[in-house]
Design a protein around this ligand. Sequence first.
Ligand code: COA
Length: 260
Amino acid sequence: MNYQNILVEQQHPIATITINRPKKLNALNRETIQELHDAFSTLNADHAVKVIILTGSGEKAFVAGADISEFADFSVEEGGKLAAQGQELLFDYVQNLETPVIAAVNGFALGGGLELAMAAHFRIASDNAKMGLPEVSLGVIPGYGGTQRLPQLVGKGKAMEMIMTAAMIGAEEAKQCGLVNHVTTQEELLPLANKLAAKITRNSLVAIRGAIKAVNAKYIDGKNGYEVEIEEFGNCFGTDDFKEGTTAFLEKRQADFPGK
Ligand code: COA
């Protein structure tokens, strides 16, 4: 597929999506959000792809937020629609994707940029990264899930402080408060993302899909995460991956998962 605002590179079984508007610090305009949706959807349907890495182009930014120039003159209705469509098309979509998504935060991750990184299944960052939800400094609140996902990751008090002060935190602080899992140099960021991705690819993607569903279920209103876990656990017993995983263990060899 031909994209204007993102680059997609596939080195099976790992794919990398790079948001590519460096002159605008990779800000998320409408077109980029649609292209990201299309790329995630296409890669998720490709069973040769086992992990997706998401990063920003250039050395300065992962994503510096939603594109402010697009919504500066929106009405109340348009504002609500912007948040609803974005959440459905991209942020919730990524969170619930069956294929694991690692965000490699390589610079500013602000507003919608941090919200996108938080929608990924986990995050790593380069030591120059700066993260924050500065929306209240513009007179709005985070609208792509930030008020929900930030407290889940860093706790309510820290999230409230970050949102109210609109301040940015550095990579080390982000690691201390659980927002990112690892911090490394900019040069080592994608190699580290690929190393983690390669570890994931050795495991059963079918089982990983079930685990993503079960973990996410904790955060869905009205869902009992334990029940989802029980159901997903049971489902594993009907898969070829489970047969291969247990057989390989008993035969003292590395499993070669068929992925079904
Ligand atoms: N939306 C639209 N354009 C953006 C943008 C955004 N969120 N963030 C940066 N840009 C654009 C700038 O307008 C500028 O474009 P121009 O060269 O055509 O004027 C370009 O990207 C470079 O940004 P600039 O502000 O000159 O870089 P800087 O190094 O001085 O500052 C930031 C970097 C990240 C501190 C600053 O760009 C910023 O505060 N961006 C907005 C962050 C934000 O509030 N995000 C939440 C949005 S809801």
